[in-house]
Structures are given as structure tokens and as C-alpha cells.
Design a binder for this molecule. Structure first.
Ligand code: PLP
Length: 456
């Protein structure tokens, strides 16, 4: 029997009843990608309150790379709950915090001495990375990218690019944030093509220092190695090296936001490894905690030590239950070939998606690194007009037929895949079959052999 089992139309009656209660009790600003209320989850499968089973291609937005309820993670959590839940590391510290810091210092790229700070969420980690970079350089400016997403707190909203629904109405944001185009080759801001562009967008940082903000006023450049919410854009493999060289030439730090791209998603523990780069500061969260809230900032020791005692912290930051879960996540990366599996999953998707692209010109771009894969849907292969409504319909078709997918992109026209890396080949095939039907449906069932649009 397949993994998908739908006992009721989706959403079922229990999910619908909960949605009604939710409407009265929870602000509408908290939106849901699906109307499905979850009862339990295991591996790559979610079961809702109506007994429907779904294949999970979203993984809690990239937090479940190890699978739902990964057995080692659950055991470590249970054992820690038998010992103690919370003391506040700033009052009475515990060993697991120190051990996790040591492990992350050793595992992250760069042989130089490092230190790690633990906090609760991706946004909190980015906030702290900015504080630390400013304290070290004694400069205020931060350069971020178009299509970047770094969180929903005020500083991270300032760094985040997409206006609706994230930024609009929440101004004013903290200042000294400057924005430059990312290496989004499908929509190149300079209408150039890689590799003949010679990485113009990276080299353009020199120009930014002349025309936008002086380098001596810039603490750091912050970038996602692969854009997450911005649509799973993976820059050319030599892009970040060029960018970092320019940063270091001007004593500007480079911060990698690996919140979504980390922990096996791109076929390496961190996407930075795929690019062969050693950031000054790396921000991690999501799958680090194996399903529990946890985030880390790891960086060069002298940079991390810039803020004085008491300048960093938070009541629940690095709580002991999450630390134990994260230590098991790291063990599993050392023991199991999860990175290889991520690459296999990426290849399975790419092979299938290339066939779809030959049939349906709506698939403008297929891209990704490892299992961080996506399709960008367009109304016209000539104009590349974003197909946001079609993307919404395709994701709706998916959950109505037993697969949870989520969209992304500044134009909301990207379908991204964040399935747990423990998904089986059968589950992957079954999920992709539903996605194929979703695309067939939004394409009006016309199997056009679109030879003319290939090779764009
Ligand atoms: C790259 C990136 N940075 C930061 C964040 C914010 O993380 P959180 O939602 O845990 O605050 C996200 C969330 O999706 C992200 O993808």
C-alpha cells in the first residue's frame, strides 16, 4: 500500500472544525500553507486529525532533515527530560551546551579557532550575528541581498528583502542595511549570462563600496549560500569565493546564513562546504535541533569574543533538551550517509522535473543543490512572467491529494522541496507522481512537446 491514504476530502471535518476555532483565537497574520491539522508524524509521513496520511515534502520548512521523530533524537530528548528541563545557562550552566559548541566549532568549515553561541531561532541567531559583527568591527553597516530572507524580527526584517507579506506595514526598520542583487542567474539583474558574466554581480560589491556605502562603514555582508524563502537560488560554485575575497580585502566580515541550507540539505553538512568557503560567522538553526527550537552562531574566536560578558544570551537560549537533540543530529551525520542521500534525492527530482519541463513550458527553471531543489513556474518562457496563481493551485492540488509542498520566491512562483532526507524511494516516487499530476492539472492537461522552449 502507498504512503498516501486519504480517508476524507482534504481538509477533513476535524481539520475544518479546528480552522474555525483558530480563526477566532489566533491572529490572521499567522498564515498556514495548508488547512491540514496534524495529529502525528513519523519519518517522511504526516497523519492529520482526520486520519489522512500525507507525504511530507516540506519538513516543517526544512527543520526535519533527519525525519519526524528520528529515533535517536526522541530518545535523547526523553532522557534529558528525566534529568532537568531548564536552569538558564546564564545562571547554572550544563555540559551539553559546551559539548555542542565544541562539536560545531570542529565541524564547521575553517581550521582556525572558533566559538559558538546558542539561541532559540534563526532570526535570533541572525540578530546576534549582526551584534557580534558590529561589536568586532566597530562599524554599523550590513550589506544584504535582494530576495534574501533572514527572519521576522525588526533587524532581520530590515535584512529580509520581500515586501509582502513580510515587511509592508511594519516600518520603520533598524538602519544601516544596504541591499545588492544576488546571483539569481535566471533573473539576472544585469541581464548577463554565467559564465561569460565573469561574476559581475559579485565583483560589483567593489562598486557598492564606492557608490552606495563606504567600506569603512560596513561590518559585514550577510548571505544565504542558497536562497531559501527567496526561491532556492543556488549561485555558481565560484560566486562566494569572489565575494568573500572582496569582503576581506576591505576588512568586511562575511556571514553565511545557513538556517535553511544547513544540516545535509544541500548534500553537505553546510552549503558553505559545497562552495569551498570559510565564512567568518555561520548562522544555523532549523534542522540543527532535530525538530526542537535551537539556533547557533559559530565564528572565528576573536570575532565571537568581541561583545563583553553579559552582552549575549537569552533566558531559554541553548536549552538543554534542544542541545541533547542537536548532539544526536550531529552524531547521525557522522555515522550515516545523509549527505549522499540528499544528493540522490536531488538527482531523482531533477531527472523527473527535466521530463516535465520538456512537456510543460510553465516550468521556467529547475534548480538546486543536493536535496534543496525547486521549480520556478512562469506564464511565458519569453517574458518569464511569474506564474504565482498556478503555483498556488499546484500546491493546493498536492495537499488535496496527499502531498505537503510549499512555495517560495519573491514572486510566489517557486515550488520548493524540503522532504526529510530519510524519505524512502517509494515515498519519493509517490510524492513526485502527485506533483506531476498537479502540474498536469494547472497546465490544462495539454502535453505540449515544447521543444522550442528548451535550451533557454
Ligand atoms: C535563511 C533563513 N534565515 C533565517 C530564518 C529565520 O528563522 P526562524 O524562522 O527560525 O526565526 C529563516 C526561516 O525560514 C531562513 O530561511
Amino acid at each position: 500500500m502507498g504512503a498516501i491514504q486519504l480517508k476524507t476530502p482534504v481538509p477533513g471535518p476535524r481539520s475544518q472544525a479546528l480552522a474555525q476555532r483558530r480563526e477566532a483565537a489566533v491572529p490572521r497574520g499567522l498564515s498556514h500553507a495548508t488547512p491540514v491539522y496534524v495529529a502525528r508524524a513519523e519519518g517522511a509521513i504526516l497523519e492529520d486529525v482526520d486520519g489522512n496520511r500525507f507525504i511530507d515534502f516540506a519538513g516543517g520548512i526544512g527543520c526535519i532533515n533527519m525525519g519526524h521523530r528520528a529515533p535517536g533524537v526522541v530518545k535523547a530528548i526523553q532522557e534529558q527530560t528525566d534529568r532537568f528541563l531548564h536552569t538558564c545557562v546564564q545562571v547554572t550552566p550544563y555540559e551539553s551546551y559546551v559539548r555542542l559548541a565544541e562539536r560545531l566549532n570542529a565541524l564547521t568549515p575553517g581550521k582556525f579557532p572558533k566559538k559558538t553561541l546558542l539561541v532559540n531561532s534563526g532570526a535570533e541567531a541572525v540578530e546576534n550575528a549582526v551584534k557580534i559583527a558590529r561589536a568586532y568591527t566597530k562599524r554599523p553597516g550590513i550589506i544584504a541581498f535582494e530576495d534574501a530572507f533572514h527572519g521576522r524580527t525588526m533587524m532581520t526584517l530590515s535584512l529580509t528583502s520581500k515586501t509582502h507579506p513580510y515587511k509592508a506595514g511594519f516600518q520603520p526598520f533598524p538602519g544601516e542595511v544596504y541591499r545588492i542583487p544576488y546571483a539569481y542567474c535566471y533573473r539576472c539583474s544585469y541581464s548577463l549570462k554565467y559564465p561569460s558574466c565573469d561574476l559581475y554581480c559579485a565583483r560589483h560589491l567593489e562598486d557598492t563600496f564606492k557608490r552606495v556605502v563606504a567600506q569603512e562603514g560596513v561590518a559585514a555582508v550577510i548571505a544565504e549560500p542558497v536562497l531559501g524563502e527567496g526561491g532556492f537560488v543556488a549561485p555558481p560554485l565560484d560566486y562566494f569565493q569572489t565575494l568573500i575575497e572582496i569582503c576581506h580585502k576591505h576588512n568586511v566580515l562575511f556571514i553565511a546564513d545557513e538556517v535553511q541550507s544547513g544540516f545535509g540539505r544541500t548534500g553537505a553538512l553546510l552549503a558553505c562546504e559545497r562552495y569551498g568557503i570559510e565564512p567568518d560567522i555561520i548562522v544555523m538553526a532549523k534542522s540543527l535541533g532535530g525538530g526542537l527550537p535551537l539556533a547557533a552562531i559559530t565564528g572565528r574566536a576573536e570575532i565571537m569574543d568581541a561583545p563583553g560578558p553579559g552582552g549575549l544570551g537569552g533566558t531559554f537560549a541553548g536549552n538543554p533538551v534542544s542541545c541533547e537533540a542537536a548532539l544526536v543530529v550531529l552524531d547521525q551525520f557522522e555515522r550515516e550517509s545523509l549527505n549522499d542521500r540528499a544528493n540522490e534525492l536531488g538527482e531523482i527530482f531533477q531527472k523527473r522535473a527535466r521530463e516535465w519541463q520538456r512537456r510543460w513550458p510553465i516550468i521556467g527553471d529547475i534548480r538546486g543543490l543536493g536535496a534543496m531543489q525547486a521549480m520556478e513556474l512562469v506564464r511565458s518562457t519569453e517574458t518569464r512572467e511569474p506564474a504565482a496563481e498556478e503555483t498556488r493551485k499546484a500546491t493546493e492540488y498536492c495537499y488535496e491529494h496527499g502531498v505537503i509542498t510549499i512555495s517560495a520566491g519573491s514572486y510566489g512562483n517557486v515550488i520548493r522541496l524540503l522532504m526529510p532526507l530519510v524519505i524512502t524511494n517509494d515515498q519519493m516516487d509517490e510524492g513526485l507522481a502527485v506533483l506531476e499530476e498537479a502540474l498536469r492539472t494547472v497546465c490544462g492537461a495539454k502535453d505540449q512537446l515544447a521543444e522550442s522552449v528548451i535550451g533557454r
